[in-house]
Each structure stands twice: as C-alpha cells, then as structure tokens.
Design a protein around this ligand. Structure first.
Ligand code: ACO
Length: 178
C-alpha cells in the first residue's frame, strides 16, 4: 500500500466520487482547522485509504490500478455510494473514512434506507470527534437522499459510540460467510 506525504490538495484539483457540496456544511464548520472532509478521490490510494480501512478488518492491497477501477465502478452508480474521508491537512493523508450506501425500496412510497459501512479513524487521530463527525455527515447524506432510516451493524464494544451518535439498538444481525 503506497502512501506519500505532501502538501494539502484542494477539492478543485481532485477527481471526486460525488459533489463535495453534498456534504453537510454544519459538519464542515465543526472540524478542527487541520482537518478537511470531502468525498473519496481517485488518488486516495496514495493517501493511505487502505491503511485506515485495515483498522477494521483484513484489507488486502489490490494494487493502485485495481483500486482505481473499483473507484470508477462505484462512481458509475450515481446517488448510491457516498464514501467520505477526513484528510489531515498537515500531511494530506487520510485520517478517517466512512460510507453510506443508499438502498432503494419498493415499500414506504418507494423510499430508501441508508446503510452505514466501514467507519474507521486512524488510531493516532481517535478521540478527537472525527468518528462522530463522519457519522453526522453520513446521516445527513442519507436523510438528504430521502432515507426513512439509517442503519448499521457494529460490535458490542462500539455500541456506546453509536449511542452517542444518536443510534439505538434494534433487532439482531445474521451473517453467513462464504
Ligand atoms: N466506547 C465508548 N465510547 C466511545 C467509544 C467506545 N468504543 N468510541 C468513542 N466513544 C465516545 C467518545 O468518548 C466520545 O464521547 P464524548 O462525546 O462524550 O466525548 C464520542 O464517542 C465520539 O467519539 P469520537 O472521538 O468521535 O470517536 P473516534 O473518532 O475515536 O471514532 C471509532 C470512533 C470510529 C469507533 C474509532 O474508535 C475506530 O476507528 N475504531 C476502530 C474501527 C471500528 O471499530 N470502526 C467501527 C466499525 S462499525 C461500522 O463500520 C458500521
């Protein structure tokens, strides 16, 4: 996994997954001056995207060209995948990530559900409210997409964090691994 430190790259110089204007301005205004929130960019392989994700689970490196092809496949599905990153402006590296996936339903007047996935904050940056701000931005994206609910799965140890983000425990998760 390649990552380089360099000076901060503004959104205008990046190829982004979706429009940065869709990200909550309230969340943006609450961030420390050294942190920037934006959509995932086509060059984020080089800013440590996979290293941050690897905090969550085993994350194999597919190589940059396969990573970019995957980015392009997500972008080809507009209004569906919203992956955001918190960028440390002092290094231009990714400090936190999160995704909300919009599932379109036939029920509830053809409404939709937002599924929050793959939340991770660099251990060196944890405890600074980055996780909370990622979740707030994703809830805003979900609700602005018309979702009647926003849901996620998590381990027991993360329940207090999600309760602080306004979630409550509901039903059970079932899983079958291949
Ligand atoms: N237990 C109890 N409280 C917690 C925990 C926890 N595990 N984590 C955070 N909090 C509290 C904080 O103390 C803070 O409370 P306060 O407002 O009273 O001060 C509040 O939650 C917000 O905390 P943040 O600083 O925003 O949390 P952080 O930036 O450290 O991110 C996260 C939390 C994302 C869980 C981070 O610890 C992390 O990346 N962990 C490893 C990966 C992981 O488990 N991700 C979640 C997987 S579930 C999913 O992806 C749907």
């Amino acid at each position: 996994m390649l990552s380089v430190t360099s000076s901060f790259t503004p959104d205008s110089e990046l190829d982004l997954l979706f429009s940065p204007d869709l990200i909550s301005h309230e969340v943006k205004s609450q961030l420390h001056a050294d942190v920037h929130v934006r959509p995932l960019a086509s060059t984020d392989y080089r800013r440590g995207h996979l290293q941050v994700l690897s905090i969550l689970t085993k994350t194999e490196d597919p190589g940059e060209s396969a990573w970019v092809a995957h980015f392009n496949s997500l972008r080809a599905l507009p209004r569906t995948y919203y992956t955001i990153v918190m960028v440390d402006k002092t290094t231009d590296l990714i400090a936190g990530v999160g995704t909300v996936f919009i599932e379109r339903k036939f029920q509830r007047g053809l409404s939709c559900v937002g599924h929050i996935e793959d939340i991770a904050v660099d251990p060196k940056q944890q405890g600074k409210k980055l996780g909370l701000r990622i979740i707030q931005a994703l809830i805003n994206l979900s609700e602005n997409s018309g979702a009647y609910k926003t849901i996620l799965n998590c381990s027991d140890k993360n329940i207090p964090f999600y309760e602080k983000c306004g979630f409550e425990k509901k039903e059970n998760e079932m899983a079958r691994y291949t």
